[in-house]
Design a protein around this ligand. Structure first.
Ligand SMILES: Cc1ncc(COP(=O)(O)O)c(C=O)c1O
Length: 291
C-alpha cells in the first residue's frame, strides 16, 4: 500500500478521502505538477515549483510552495522509491472544499493538497531504437494551456485516440499548426535545425523542453522556436517528443507514414544521449553537494 500526502498528513492511500464538495472534483479547479527524480535526486525541482507558483498565482489560489520540497523527499523515502532509477512525484492543489457555486468561496477555505510518488520505467533500448508512432488529432483545449490545470479532458481524449489507433502518442493540431503531444512537447528537425513551438499560451512550457533547448544551444545545434505546420510533418527529417516521463522520445511514424527514413535520426539520438548525460551530471552535482 503506497503512502500519500493529503492536507498535511502522510497516510496509506486507501485512507485518503476527499470531500465531494472539493472544487477539484466539481470544477477541475486546481493545478498540478509532476517532478522527476533520478535515484532520489530532484531534476529541476526549482523550475517545476516556479511553474506551479505561476499557475497558483494566475488561479488566485493561496498556497506556499516552499514546504513542498520536504514533502517530495518524504514521499520518495516513505514509498521506498528514493533509490529508484526513475521516479516522479505527482502533486495536485485545488481551491479547496466549499458548497458548489461557480465563483470562488466568499469565506476563504484552505486548498486541498494531494501528492503521491511512484517509480516509472524507461522504454527498453529496442523500443527506443524502433521509435514511437503518433497520430494527429484536433486540439480541443482552451486558450490557456500554458497553465498546468487539472482540467485534462482534451488531453485524456487525445491520448485515448492514440491508444485507439494502436500508437503511443497524439500530436494536437490547431489552425493547421502541430502544437504538442497529449502530455509532452513536440520537436521537429528540418535540415539540421531543431524546431519547436514557442512557449506561448497554446502549449505547456515543458521543463524538459526548456532543458533540451538549452542542451541543443550549448552544443551548437541550431534551434528555431516557431510553429510547425501540420503539412511540414511530412517533410521533417526527424520528430521527437520531450516530457518528464518521455525524456527525449523519437517519433518515427505519424498517421501511418514514416518520418524521414523511418528510423531514429542522428539529432534525436544525440539529444537523447546529451539529456541522459545531463541527468548524470545533475545527479553527481547533487551528491557532491550533499557530502
Ligand atoms: C500538454 C503537455 N505538454 C508538455 C508536457 C511536458 O512538460 P514537462 O517536460 O514539464 O513534463 C506535459 C507534461 O505533463 C503536458 O501535459
Amino acid at each position: 500500500m503506497s503512502t500519500v500526502y493529503l492536507n498535511g498528513e502522510y497516510i496509506p492511500k486507501d485512507e485518503a478521502k476527499i470531500s465531494v464538495d472539493d472544487r477539484g472534483f466539481l470544477f477541475a479547479d486546481g493545478v498540478y505538477e509532476v517532478t522527476p527524480f533520478y535515484e532520489g535526486v530532484p531534476f529541476y525541482l526549482d523550475r517545476h515549483m516556479a511553474r506551479l507558483r505561476r499557475g497558483l498565482a494566475w488561479m488566485r489560489i493561496d498556497y506556499d510552495v516552499d514546504q513542498l520540497d520536504e514533502i517530495h523527499r518524504q514521499l520518495l523515502i516513505r514509498n521506498g522509491v528514493d533509490g529508484a532509477e526513475t521516479s516522479i512525484v505527482y502533486l495536485q492543489i485545488t481551491r479547496g472544499v466549499a458548497p458548489r457555486s461557480h465563483p470562488f468561496p466568499t469565506t476563504p477555505v484552505p486548498p486541498t493538497v494531494y501528492c503521491f510518488a511512484k517509480a516509472w520505467q524507461r522504454p527498453s533500448a529496442e523500443d527506443f531504437e524502433r521509435g514511437f508512432r503518433a497520430v494527429t488529432i484536433p486540439d480541443r483545449r482552451w486558450a490557456r494551456v500554458d497553465i498546468k490545470t487539472i482540467a485534462l479532458l482534451p488531453n485524456v481524449l487525445a491520448y485515448q485516440a492514440a491508444v485507439d489507433a494502436g500508437v503511443t502518442d497524439a500530436i494536437q493540431v490547431r489552425d493547421g499548426v502541430a502544437l504538442e503531444g497529449a502530455h509532452n512537447n513536440l520537436f521537429g528537425v528540418f535540415d539540421g535545425t531543431v524546431v519547436t513551438h514557442p512557449a506561448t499560451n497554446v502549449i505547456l512550457p515543458g521543463i524538459t523542453r526548456g532543458v533540451v533547448l538549452e542542451l541543443a544551444r550549448e552544443n551548437g545545434v541550431p534551434v528555431d522556436e516557431r510553429p510547425i505546420l501540420v503539412e511540414e510533418l511530412a517533410d521533417a527529417d526527424e520528430l521527437f517528443f520531450t516530457g518528464t516521463t518521455s525524456e527525449v522520445r523519437p517519433t518515427t511514424q505519424v498517421d501511418g507514414r514514416p518520418v524521414g527514413d523511418g528510423r531514429v535520426g542522428p539529432v534525436t539520438r544525440a539529444l537523447a544521449k546529451g539529456f541522459a548525460r545531463h541527468v548524470e551530471r545533475v545527479k553527481e552535482g547533487m551528491r557532491s553537494e550533499a557530502v
